[in-house]
Design a protein around this ligand. Structure first.
Ligand SMILES: *Cc1c(COP(=O)(O)O)cnc(C)c1O
Length: 374
């Protein structure tokens, strides 16, 4: 309870489990489940979420970087973990010691990793990343790069101290509707299929081929292959209501101060908002250092048990103000929901011109996560 004094994120593990089961039930027979727990499990707490996924029977986890993987291993998480981003070759011994799987995005990195693993007399488990149109990480294989790309992947897979367990790609527009987006996604998948086909002809096969992020699991089930990589769907967003996944985080605070301010007085930094009536103003202890985006200043309301309270003036680092004039029932210590059950993170994200993903992973380290088991 002490934790709840200021501002906290209440996380429903039951809802994460519900979402896991829903996604699982959509997968083809034998398809493995990799839970993406990067960015502290999209703000939900990577250790708790990973332990839960382990209990539920997930097959693999993915994080962005070595530090995130170390946190999970230190907490006793045993599942295979794929690092999606770059790890410098000097950390190969740590990757092997912690039994981690490293993404390899180009031939030069494969050379470095193999050399380093060889120096240690060991083998590093890798997944090959193919760039099929995201233009981010991966072996370039589109258009005129096809033959060279396939040759480079084959060369990486043939290196003596690498174990190429998997190969994957990432979709750029699988969450967008419309014919152009569909054509692009199908084009990415087709290229991926042609790359793995060309490698098979050279005798190179992989135990795990995977492409599908959350949106693709829903909209392009044919891309599920050997394993899927859902992130945001696991946390309750991105299904447009079609699957019935449930949001898992309520970002909560309470009213810490109330005062009456005369008409015509400026509120907060910059004095941009000026009261147009005698105002019963509440101060709540949440600001942009907690992850409440400053760009929401004056554009949103937060939820009280008597209805929405408009936010006034600029959001400060550690607090902000809400108008309680029309909500006399809201008092000191009254609970305030920033987003969650009564105001979707999707709605608030829309007001900020962003996506729920950003709101969720913006909730900062200072905000304690409180876990409800059911
Ligand atoms: C973040 C990420 C995912 C998960 O994406 P969602 O849209 O949240 O499902 C999958 N694969 C890769 C490579 C990622 O970086």
């Amino acid at each position: 309870m002490d934790l709840r004094k200021r501002t906290w994120a209440s996380i429903s593990l039951a809802n994460i489990a519900h979402n896991y089961r829903i996604i699982r039930s959509r997968l083809p027979e034998g398809c493995k489940f990799l839970g993406v727990v990067k960015a502290d499990a999209y703000g939900h707490g990577a250790v708790r979420v990973s332990r839960l996924l382990e209990e539920l029977g997930a097959d693999y986890l993915a994080v962005s970087c070595l530090d995130e993987a170390v946190e999970l291993r230190d907490a006793g998480v045993k599942l295979p973990i794929l690092i999606l981003g770059h790890t410098p070759a000097e950390f190969v011994s740590e990757l092997i010691r912690l039994d981690l799987t490293q993404t390899v995005t180009c031939e030069a990195k494969a050379v470095e990793y193999s050399r380093e693993a060889g120096r240690l007399g060991q083998t590093l488990r890798i997944h090959i990343k193919v760039d099929t149109g995201m233009s981010r990480l991966g072996f370039l294989c589109a258009g005129s790069y096809f033959d060279q790309g396939v040759a480079n992947i084959a060369s990486a897979c043939g290196m003596p101290h690498l174990d190429p367990e998997g190969i994957y790609t990432h979709f750029a527009v699988s969450d967008e509707t419309g014919e152009a987006a569909e054509r692009f996604t199908r084009g990415q998948f087709d290229l991926f299929t042609r790359v793995t086909g060309a490698l098979r002809e050279r005798g190179i096969t992989f135990r795990l081929r995977h492409c599908a992020n959350s949106a693709a699991v829903i909209r392009y089930p044919e891309t599920c292959l050997d394993m899927v990589r859902p992130g945001i769907l696991l946390y309750g967003f991105g299904d447009g209501g079609s699957l019935g996944v449930r949001p898992c985080m309520n970002l909560m605070t309470h009213v810490s101060t109330i005062k009456y301010i005369d008409t015509g007085l400026p509120v907060s930094y910059g004095g941009e908002y000026v009261t147009d009536r005698r105002t019963r103003m509440g101060v709540i202890p949440i600001g942009y250092a907690d992850g409440l985006l400053r760009s929401l200043s004056g554009k949103c309301s937060f939820i009280t048990e008597h209805g929405p309270a408009p936010q006034r003036g600029r959001i400060c680092m550690d607090m902000c103000m809400i108008d309680l004039t029309d909500l006399p029932g809201v008092d000191l210590e009254s609970l305030i929901e920033i987003f969650g059950e009564h105001q979707s993170a999707e709605t608030l994200a829309g007001l900020a011109g962003t996506i729920p993903n950003e709101l969720l992973c913006s909730v900062s380290k200072r905000v304690p996560r409180v876990y409800a088991e059911d």
